[in-house]
Write a protein that binds this ligand. Structure first.
Ligand code: TMP
Ligand code: MG
Length: 212
């Protein structure tokens, strides 16, 4: 009896407007075209009860203190933990737009304690690979105005970018640095190649745990 090969847990991270969503979509389309079972997810997942509160906060329709919103972002991942594990273990590859690293980067960029922010993320399923789409804020600006949502200002994104650098140094062993100023096609080609390698590498392994 052949054992089901698990899917890979792939995360894309970076500042707002760095191209994560476009690249996630292109990657999912590519994997589908290879007949690889794949699903796209994004955090915050805005449709659950918790997700709707997060959405109101991001859209500046609701105020919450920093600790509360941090824990809600984390809880939004925890409430999807079983779903993530079930999909991976039944052979579906996940392409996930933001995860615990955004949780850490955006909260620490506000001046919160890194240790405090990491703690509730500990024990979540850990991605097999994180593609860190690194940009400088000047490049982001060339792409046009930031949107209307909370956090989408040049000043704040500069701080977030610094936090991502710090997280990259900490989590290097499974992070892949991608120069997000390259063309969409160039970025897509390198993601494709790396993803196929990762799929093979992890298919007979257990899903890792984030040990923060
Ligand atoms: P989005 O732009 O990818 O939809 O995410 C909405 C905002 O939420 C974005 O500015 C990043 C921020 N965010 C956090 O502050 N903490 C988190 O845990 C996540 C997943 C996102
Ligand atoms: Mg955004």
């Amino acid at each position: 009896m052949s054992q089901i090969k698990r899917g890979a847990f792939i995360v894309l991270e970076g500042c707002d407007r760095c191209g994560k969503s476009t690249q996630s979509r292109k990657l999912v389309e590519y994997l589908e075209s290879c007949s690889i079972p794949v699903k796209y997810m994004a955090f915050p997942e805005r449709t659950s009860d918790i997700g709707q509160v997060i959405n109101a906060y991001i859209k500046n329709k609701q105020e919450l203190n920093d600790e509360t919103i941090h824990l809600l972002f984390t809880a939004n991942r925890w409430e999807h933990k079983n779903h993530i594990l079930n999909l991976l273990n039944s052979g579906t590859t996940l392409v996930v737009d933001r995860y615990a690293y955004s949780g850490l980067a955006y909260s620490v960029a506000k001046g919160m304690s890194k240790q405090w922010c990491m703690s509730p993320e500990s024990g979540l399923p850990r991605p097999d690979v994180v593609f860190y789409l690194k940009t400088n804020v000047a490049t982001l600006q060339n792409r046009g105005q930031f949107g209307e949502e909370r956090y989408e200002t040049e000043d704040f994104q500069t701080k977030v970018a610094r936090c991502f650098e710090d997280i990259y140094e900490m989590e290097k062993s499974y992070w892949q640095l991608i120069d997000a100023s390259q063309s969409q096609d160039t970025i897509h080609d390198s993601l494709r190649q790396k993803v196929l390698e990762v799929l093979k590498e992890v298919e007979n392994t257990e899903v890792n745990v984030l040990d923060w």
